[in-house]
Design a protein around this ligand. Structure first.
Ligand code: CMC
Length: 380
């Protein structure tokens, strides 16, 4: 046992490699992100979410037939059982992420394969949850608004069907493409906190539903998936690009953080942010509502001095403005992140189950030792 002074603690596991992966490669100094070897820019510009799901799960870009097959499988798997609608109604006043977590947990009850940890079962469940999670999120949103859920449309792609089930109207191709790009950009990201939680759960050889529940619970926090919602709150508070400087000075001057900036791994521009920045600007112009992009751009400009400290806008900075322009309420923003990330969690669980080791690090104990036990009646 090393003496106290010899223990090196890496708080937050910052900079620690705990295993190997073939899922994604991140170079935080260069601002580079690869899924299964392919650059995120190529995927965001040329691929659909369905293609990326195939790439992540099967490790290669699909040919036309393989893409058609996985698209059909996702489209055919969107329905959720009636008892899930009942559960959603029972917990409808909870945060959408809590409802998603609860509903996914409950889905295990109707899956005879729930305890099967074989790669085939995990792949099957991962694809089915990818398909069903949007149905849960949209059904909950509509039920909480006093509306009837909209049944999935098996002719639409993933992004289009999500917007359709949410609003009851088929989106334009461009709107659907913007959300499709957003899903692609959120699909996988190495040892981020929710994927790590997924791996910790899978490492105990618990079932895959429990793995996804652990991941959803972890994603919810504002230091991870919750940032897009916080950024939108900030944009609303700022209200006008001219107020961005005052807001930044006030927040940073009092030791606060600007949400949507900074990243544990990227010390340069987050490569994902570029695509959402462009989409936010374009959508704002198309909708005749460029204010949100202008406010965020003004805040981004105020944060320029922080770039030399490695603090840049991250993936969540412009995402919220896009969802807001789509008319999506702020409390749904993290759920959209979750919908995109399920394939990444699936792949990370597959890797963990296939080459498993219990993830069980150590804590350096700093409390008192060997205290004299005092019977309860003698305690002060
Ligand atoms: N605004 C101002 N200063 C910041 C920010 C920020 N957003 N982020 C980090 N810093 C400063 C921080 O104050 C600290 O300064 P100092 O060294 O003087 O104490 C320094 O940068 C390092 O911060 P840290 O918290 O030690 O770094 P970390 O790697 O633990 O932080 C982070 C990563 C994402 C938690 C943090 O940057 C943050 O809180 N950002 C805001 C929340 C956010 O946008 N989260 C979404 C992350 S991207 C989506 C995802 O993948 O989950």
């Amino acid at each position: 046992m090393p003496a106290d002074g010899e223990i090196e603690i890496k708080r937050g596991l910052n900079g620690v490699y705990f295993d190997s992966t073939k899922a994604s490669f991140i170079d935080g100094e260069e601002g580079k992100l690869l899924y299964r070897g392919y650059n995120i820019h190529d995927l965001a510009e040329n691929s659909t979410f369905e293609e990326v799901v195939y790439l992540l799960i099967y490790g290669k870009l699909p040919n036309r037939k393989e893409l058609d097959d996985i698209t059909a499988e996702i489209q055919a798997s969107r329905d959720i059982p009636d008892y899930i609608y009942d559960i959603i109604r029972m917990v409808k006043d909870s945060h959408p992420m809590d409802v998603l977590r609860t509903a996914i947990s409950a889905l295990s009850a109707s899956d005879p394969d729930a305890e099967d940890l074989s790669p085939e079962a995990i792949t099957r469940i991962g694809l089915r949850l990818t398909a069903q999670a949007p149905t849960i999120v949209c059904a909950h949103h509509r039920i909480s608004e006093g509306l009837s859920p909209v049944a999935p449309d098996s002719t639409l792609n993933h992004a289009s069907n999500f917007l359709y089930m949410l609003k009851g109207e088929i989106p334009s191709d461009d709107e659907a493409k913007t959300l499709d790009v957003d899903f692609v950009l959120h699909a996988e990201h190495g040892a981020n906190a929710s994927a790590f939680a997924a791996r910790v759960a899978a490492g105990t050889q618990t079932d895959f539903y429990s793995v996804v529940v652990a991941a959803i619970s972890t994603l919810k926090g504002p230091s991870h998936g919750g940032a897009a919602e916080s950024v939108m709150n900030v944009a609303i508070e700022i209200g006008d690009p001219e107020n961005a400087r005052e807001f930044a000075e006030k927040t940073l001057g009092s030791g606060g953080r600007i949400m949507g900036f900074g990243h544990r791994v990227y010390k340069t521009a987050d490569p994902r942010a570029r695509h959402l920045r462009e989409r936010s600007q374009r959508l704002g112009e198309q909708y005749g509502d460029p204010k949100w992009f202008q406010i965020l751009s003004a805040l981004d400009a105020e944060m320029e001095p922080y770039q030399k400290r490695g603090i840049w806008a991250n993936v969540d900075f412009f995402a919220g403005s896009i969802y807001h322009l789509f008319g999506i309420p702020k409390n749904l923003f993290i759920s959209i992140f979750a919908l995109g990330r399920i394939p990444g969690w699936t792949l990370q669980a597959l890797e963990q189950y296939q080459n498993n080791i219990l993830i069980r690090p150590l804590l350096n104990y700093t409390g008192e030792k060997d205290l004299k036990y005092i019977p309860i009646d003698e305690r002060e």
